[in-house]
Design a protein around this ligand. Structure first.
Ligand code: AR6
Length: 179
């Protein structure tokens, strides 16, 4: 199952997958960071389609078409703003990943690409967020044969390294359990 998870470095707007996940805000009103890049690449129809959804609570996800993106769909996930870790951030971040994966399955997607949700403007520590991302994706894939590949698209070397480290730790835990 671990071979269905790939960590890559790059720009998510270029990924050839069925669905790309956007790190959105709860108004689904566009913004900076990866949200800005996805909107710029998809074209103005994406903003219209996002606004028509009437928002999305933190920890959940909604979908629109991908318009001019190579991806057929955009799944708009709303991660938490980091405020020290004692305000349910971990559960909300895991929720955003899980809800996105559930939405991907509903859409019929087989390949999905994620950015590192909440680790930019929202300030979530990269290593902590990477662990949550990897664990949530791993647990979901274990129950879901439909998804062929989940790609975690990192925008910097540091982010990719945090994800590789989290994957190594999960691998370690897995083989300990198997022994
Ligand atoms: N491809 C992949 N990853 C990217 C790209 C890209 N083209 N551009 C940035 N990243 P952020 P958040 C990485 O700030 O923290 C927006 O204004 C970036 O390096 O985009 O969830 C929304 O509208 C970082 O690791 O999202 C919200 O208001 C990660 O994507 C708010 O920001 C997420 O950084 C959401 O904040």
């Amino acid at each position: 199952m671990m071979e269905r998870i790939r960590i890559v470095e790059g720009d998510i707007t270029r990924e050839q997958v069925d669905a790309v996940v956007n790190a959105a805000n709860s108004a689904l009103a566009g913004g900076g960071g990866v949200d800005g890049a996805i909107h710029a690449a998809a074209g103005p129809e994406l903003l219209e389609a996002g606004l028509a959804l009437g928002g999305c609570p933190t920890g959940q996800a909604r979908s629109t078409p991908g318009f001019r993106l190579p991806a057929r769909w955009v799944i708009h996930a709303v991660g938490p703003v980091w405020s020290g870790g004692g305000n349910g951030e971990a559960a909300l971040l895991a929720g955003a990943y899980r809800a996105s994966l559930e939405e991907a399955v509903k859409l019929g997607a087989k390949t999905v690409a994620f950015p590192a949700i909440s680790t930019g403007v929202y300030g979530y520590p990269k290593d902590k967020a990477a662990h949550i991302a990897l664990r949530t994706v791993r647990d979901f894939l274990a129950e879901c044969p439909q998804l062929r590949e989940v790609r975690l698209v990192c925008f910097s070397k540091e982010s990719a390294e945090a994800h590789r480290e989290a994957l190594r730790e999960l691998h370690g835990m897995q083989s300990d359990k198997d022994r």
